[in-house]
Design a protein around this ligand. Structure first.
Ligand code: RIB
Length: 303
């Protein structure tokens, strides 16, 4: 089976449902609280595995209750965790997430052990990276490790999918544009390019500037509006099904994992984006990040 290697973060999500966002200095009664597995890297890996792919996750965890629980979850879903290792000196990453009734969220991340995903850690996983069909990256781990991953993957001729999330002003644009697939949301696209991304024509123009700079295909995720695929000669809009949104946390990661799984199985970009849009929309109808992911059709057939 063709394999995906995700290099990225693991977090325990600490999710509080709020009637509205609190003001500065205000104490507000919340509607509920839950913990659940998260982190952009792990979310994308778990979504890809749920969609039937063979997936390795390169990540770092603390040697604590959160870290042990996350690792158990990765094993349960069938990830290759040979490079999902604990570090002695840092706690597992956490994300404090406030979710409004509309499903919109605000997230605060404490990197913890994710800061331990160093260049050396990536180099130790080089064989796993080189054996992959597709390497998937985000920005919740040190940028030097991201750059080293792109170097190793590119030198081995492995396709790289780069998700520039969360948006970081210190990201080297040329590094991002070395990717076969560059997958930002509207906000990340605007920060990457310095161009507006409000109207769909703006999104296309900004994405095309990244293609001109070297990115293979730019896929802009548009939330409830689906996704826009932009290549040198064309732009195609893939709409999303309308659903009753409960929680958008981790929906972008679900999109990336589902796209990666579909693409390594059959390299048809439009079909893979359509599958990813549908998968991500479905996850927004349930609470949580990984907790909202279900097995896709490919995995259901094998069980
Ligand atoms: O993209 C959603 C993720 O962002 C959450 O699971 C949280 O851990 C933060 O990393």
């Amino acid at each position: 089976m063709r394999r995906i290697c995700v290099v990225g973060s693991s977090n325990m999500d600490l999710v509080t449902r709020v009637p509205r966002m609190p003001e500065a200095g205000e104490t507000l009664a919340a509607d509920g609280f839950a913990t659940g597995p998260g982190g952009k890297g792990a979310n994308q890996a778990v979504a890809a595995a749920r969609c039937g792919a063979d997936v390795a996750l390169v990540t770092r965890l603390g040697d604590d209750v959160f870290g042990h629980a996350l690792l158990d979850g990765y094993r349960a879903v069938g990830l290759d965790v040979s490079h999902a290792l604990t570090v002695a000196d840092r706690p597992t990453g956490t994300a404090t997430i406030l979710v409004e009734p509309s499903g919109e969220n605000r997230i605060l991340v404490a990197a913890g052990a994710n800061a331990g995903l160093t260049v050396e850690a990536v180099e130790a996983a080089a064989d796993v990276l080189r054996a992959a069909t597709l390497v998937v990256l985000q920005l919740e781990v040190p940028l030097e490790a991201v750059a080293r991953t792109v170097d190793i993957g590119s030198a081995a001729g492995v396709d790289v999918l780069f998700n520039p999330a969360p948006a970081r002003a210190d990201l080297d644009l040329d590094l991002a544009c070395r990717a076969r697939f560059l997958v930002p949301n509207r906000g990340e696209l605007a920060l990457l390019t310095g161009l507006p991304s409000d109207r769909i024509e703006d999104v296309e123009a900004a994405a095309r500037s990244l293609v001109r700079r070297g990115a293979g295909t730019v896929i802009v995720t548009l939330g409830s509006d689906g996704a826009l695929i932009v290549e040198a000669e064309s732009a195609r809009h893939i709409p999303a099904p309308q659903v009753a949104v409960r929680d958008t946390t981790g929906a972008g990661d679900a999109f990336i994992g589902a796209f990666a799984a579909a693409f390594v199985t059959r390299p048809d970009i439009d079909a893979a984006v359509a599958a990813a849009v549908a998968y991500a929309a479905d996850t927004t109808t349930r609470a949580g990040a990984q907790a909202s992911y279900r097995d896709g059709p490919a995995r259901q057939q094998h069980q």
